[in-house]
Design a protein around this ligand. Structure first.
Ligand code: CP
Ligand code: NVA
Length: 314
């Protein structure tokens, strides 16, 4: 059984298939969508808030001919202490796939190991692979002219600012290596990538393509993409004031944007906190593609579910 718990669970060929299919699904939306989940029911178990992920998976499963069921973790017995073993076994008797947003990466790993249906990571504290595949597609649809999406990413410089130790930064460490992009992480001391993410990357067999700097200007120079995320991820609210203090120098401003290529993209996975990790004129400026990124969650995740279903049918 194949799962999508981290970027590198997909082969490079599957990633290429996802981009090609996402492009076709986007163009064909409302006209022709292959019903790859016809007759299937997928459960979405969420332990954290969500707008984009929740709605795009719900709509996407429906558009592929399937039926989504949204389960807030606190509403099911898992939230009252029922074991992951029992939950995975019971849900596997009912549904054809699970989309899970939670805290610990080990929770989705256990659901995948103990159940018998595919599991998709819809964000953990460690990784957010659906977001990174979507962002890479959003870049590639601009750079690739409708084909060779994966090739168009190779050698591009992605500069990431702010919380260089969170789920988005970790996921970019894996994604950039997989897609052959140069990733420069600019963040404060103490937020260097963890030994754990270095080990996950090493296990994948992809060569590292990232570097870390404390200097945001150095990172921005000549970048093809300037990317940021919230400084305070879900579950870190108590650390807010310390994080805001140390990350302030990494706010993406129009001056920082000017150091990138003249046609550089500004990206943010959202939700955004204006005036913090990015200034308002950048978030809504001419280089920003934040709402395309949000829309592309739908097309990319439909492609991910289709590729996963196909792999598990073989
Ligand atoms: N980017 C993202 O995952 O957004 P949500 O938290 O709204 O799902
Ligand atoms: N790093 C953020 C991403 C939100 C989509 C968080 O985990 O809250």
């Amino acid at each position: 059984m194949q799962h999508f718990l981290k970027e590198t669970d997909f082969t490079i060929n599957q990633a290429a298939e996802v981009f090609t299919l996402a492009h076709a699904l986007k163009k064909g939306r409302g006209k022709h969508t292959p019903p790859t989940l016809k007759g299937q029911t997928w459960a979405m178990i969420f332990s954290k808030s969500s707008t984009r992920t929740r709605v795009s998976f719900d709509v996407g499963i429906h558009e592929l001919g399937g039926h989504p069921i949204f389960l807030n973790k606190s509403d099911i017995q898992l939230g009252r202490g029922e074991s992951i073993y029992d939950t995975a076994n019971v849900l596997s008797r009912f549904v054809h796939g699970l989309v899970v947003r939670t805290y610990e990466q080990t929770e989705i790993e256990q659901l995948a190991e103990l159940g018998s249906v595919p599991v998709i990571n819809a964000l953990t504290d460690y990784l957010h692979p659906c977001q990174i595949f979507t962002d890479a597609f959003t870049m590639a649809e601009r750079w690739a002219d409708g084909a060779n999406f994966l090739e168009s990413l190779k050698g591009k410089k992605l500069a990431y600012f702010g919380d260089t130790a969170n789920n988005i930064a970790n996921s970019w460490i894996l994604g950039a290596a997989m897609f052959g992009m140069e990733l420069v992480l600019a963040g404060p001391e103490g937020y260097e990538p963890s030994e754990e993410i270095k080990a996950t990357l090493a296990e994948s067999g992809h060569a590292p393509t990232w570097s870390f700097t404390k200097d945001p200007e150095e990172a921005a120079k000549g970048a093809d993409v300037l990317y940021t995320d919230t400084w305070v991820s879900m579950g870190q609210e108590e650390e807010s004031s310390d994080r805001i203090r140390v990350m302030k120098p990494y706010s993406v401003t129009s001056d920082l944007m000017k150091l990138g290529k003249s046609d550089a993209l500004f990206m943010h996975d959202l939700p955004a906190y204006k005036g913090m990790e990015a200034q308002e004129d950048v978030l809504y400026g001419p280089q920003s593609v934040i709402f395309d990124e949000a829309e592309n969650r739908l097309h990319t995740q439909k492609a991910i579910m289709s590729v996963l279903s196909e792999a598990n049918r073989r």
